[in-house]
Ligand binder design. Sequence first.
Ligand code: ADP
Ligand code: MG
Length: 590
Amino acid sequence: RNSAEKFEFQAEVSRLMDIIINSLYSNKDIFLRELISNASDALDKIRFLTLTDKEALGEGDTAKLEIQIKLDKENKILSIRDRGVGMTKEDLIKNLGTIAKSGTSAFVEKMQTGGDLNLIGQFGVGFYSVYLVADYVEVVSKHNDDKQYVWESKADGSFAISEDTWNEPLGRGTEIKLHLRDEAKEYLEEGKLKDLVKKYSEFINFPIYLWATKEVDVEVPADEEESSEEEESTTERTEEEETEDDEEKKPKTKTVKETTTEWELLNDMKAVWLRSPKEVTEEEYAKFYHSLAKDFGDDKPMTWSHFSAEGDVEFKALLFVPPKAPHDLYESYYNANKSNLKLYVRRVFISDEFDDLLPKYLSFLMGIVDSDTLPLNVSREMLQQHSSLKTIKKKLIRKALDMIRKLAEEDPDEYSNKEKTDDEKSAMEEKKGQYAKFWNEFGKSVKLGIIEDATNRNRLAKLLRFESSKSDGKLVSLDEYISRMKSGQKDIFYLTGSSKEQLEKSPFLEQLTKKNYEVIYFTDPVDEYLMQYLKESFKELTDWWKKALDTEGIDSVKISNRLHNTPCVVVTSKYGWSSNMEKIMQAQTL
Ligand code: ADP
Ligand code: MG
């Protein structure tokens, strides 16, 4: 175009674009999430401006805070449009031609030696990922303070900007037109785009629409049938005028399939976790759960916990107990490193592969954590080590265990509810048996927790259930067992075997039942091992040690199998300073 002004990209941008355009990087999908994320940011910005300036929002369609995706198969153009804040001419030059953020050059450096392009968004250069799939990109943008402009580039070291006199006026916002490369034709398929939006952008807080084809049934007059079937092009028909009691006309009409195109909403789910728990209905929680975990059928989640944490580390979280354990939950227990938690930072999806958000024994939980405290502009690896994550993890575990405890408390079948009146119990009726159900699906996780998580061992022990010689097929807790111990009974009796039936016939049982002792049946191979962790017999000794060492600021005293000849050892806690570090710190304070 004659009127276009030409600009050179900043050298660093040029270098980055070269890397991207020549990249053999296989996960090209990421461009869409970057564009949607930018659109969402722009919408956030205009929404914020509107708080102080109502006029900024505009009127009619312009006021609709939404994202639209459109495909032009013929010309191989994919467009993403938002009604966000838009960019002035100056913005276009600055934002899509230079790199403002620090750390980017390190990223470019890294990319040249084969770094992970997936990180691009975190370095503030996500926009340029469009060149993974396009060889020519146009950015049409209209900001409230300026005219409509077109930015365009073929990633050849320069870009051009022209005042837009030929496109449809946007009102306000930005439309990115990607002229797709031949190898990127898959992004012209509606199904592919729907999948990608679902995968990466489902919880964007603005509606994302796709201009999608849809098959509809249309009634056509029978005599026009032939001609209408030959019609290939998209037709929008209004319903045939037809009265129901018009018997004569009926046989003369026929239903045919026709293709129409309409805006299809791809992300109908709101960011449930950001809303106040009081405002979210059970139905919505269930729906949200299903969108998180499609594999689990139509069953509702057993329970959930929705909370926000304040203080040094702020985050909102929504945790679900699934209705059923996935079949491979324990099979893959020791090599799985994928948690079912999605981590968001300020509503931007970061990862669902942070194995350190929850301990393994709670990996059956599904949910979302959205933190305001975590930085967005660091690599995943750095984020994974961010100190806030430890605090988040600690709080998540507490909340998760509380949620499980409540499952039991609300269940009228549970022993702990024996003080409740019948009225109270009948009010709890719909929760009847829910803890047993939980125990059947996830009991093993509680046991593994007792073994692995010393900090929460007592809390977990309260969640433990088993059958016993007196439980009559029901589940018993340790509390219940203890409450009905015979006077003078000092030990908890348990028998291990492969099944309840086998244990009931055990000769060991005879003596004890005769004396009216209750005996716990342990039928899970892990049970006996578990008991080692619940041993109270060393309590006196450990208590004495703790008292004796208290002035030294000792955390805890534990019985361990780790030593052979040495009687005891002082160790640092998991996250504590090593003794060497301790010395260094001491030297510094002197
Ligand atoms: P980041 O989003 O991390 O800032 P990007 O490379 O994705 O980095 O985008 C660069 C800049 O371009 C954004 O900061 C924003 O100012 C501008 N921009 C990109 N897309 C849009 C858009 N759809 N609407 C308004 N501004 C945009
Ligand atoms: Mg971005």
